[in-house]
Write a protein of this length. Structure first.
Length: 221
């Protein structure tokens, strides 16, 4: 679907760009999954930590399997080097999940964390989930700009960013953020610096630096 209307050469470029993007996203996921495992290793087994990660990030089966395989391979290599093998934490008495979990975005996060009886553990997992989502947005933006570079002579920048979002099937709530961040980065590269026109106008008018700073909002009214 994403290659509709593209020439054979452009399709090959897109396929290469997709492969690079997928590898970067996988690397981002694995890095943060390993962070989660290390964070909760005294309370949650690494296998359960990976299950939690999958649920929090709403990953499909293929994504989950790829991340799990790569993360376990890294853990295995580390264990071989150090001869320190992972141990399951001591079992804890489970508590019933607290209800209600609430509605909207934060309620969904807490629902995905259902069963985490330790409030401090829950807080840490929520924080690492937030940090992971932001890291994934940054990776998506970098990938989208890579698409722009790959396809610069085949389509305009906006179309290349949209193609990336479609090709990687980025969910809507993330796609809009990535789209505007990517275009903002392109604006920084291609347009005069933000506020430069207003600054130049005030320089020409002879205002002082403090006057220029304090008068910016008034000049825009």
């Amino acid at each position: 679907m994403f290659s509709k209307g593209l020439s054979g050469e452009a399709r090959k470029r897109v396929e290469l760009a997709i492969a690079v993007a997928q590898e970067k996203l996988l690397a981002t996921h694995v890095d943060h999954a390993l962070d989660l495992i290390a964070l909760v290793n005294e309370e949650v087994s690494f296998s359960n930590a990976l299950d939690i990660y999958t649920r929090l990030l709403r990953l499909d089966e293929d994504e989950s399997a790829n991340i799990r395989t790569r993360a376990l391979a890294i853990l295995g290599e580390k264990a071989e080097e150090t001869r320190e093998w992972p141990k399951d934490p001591e079992p804890r008495e489970r508590e019933e999940p607290r209800e209600p979990v609430g509605r909207g975005f934060f309620g969904q996060i807490r629902q995905r964390l259902r069963g985490r009886e330790n409030e401090e553990l829950r807080r840490k997992i929520e924080l690492i989930a937030a940090r992971t989502e932001v890291a994934l947005v940054r990776t998506h933006v970098d990938n989208a700009l890579h698409f722009v570079d790959f396809l610069r002579d085949k389509m305009d920048d906006r179309e290349a960013v949209e193609l990336y979002l479609d090709a990687l099937d980025v969910r809507d709530s993330i796609a809009e953020v990535v789209y505007y961040f990517a275009l903002s980065r392109l604006a920084d590269q291609q347009l005069p610096a933000h506020g430069s026109a207003l600054g130049a106008a005030r320089e020409k008018a002879g205002g002082s630096r403090s006057e220029r700073a304090s008068g910016r909002l008034q000049a825009l009214e």
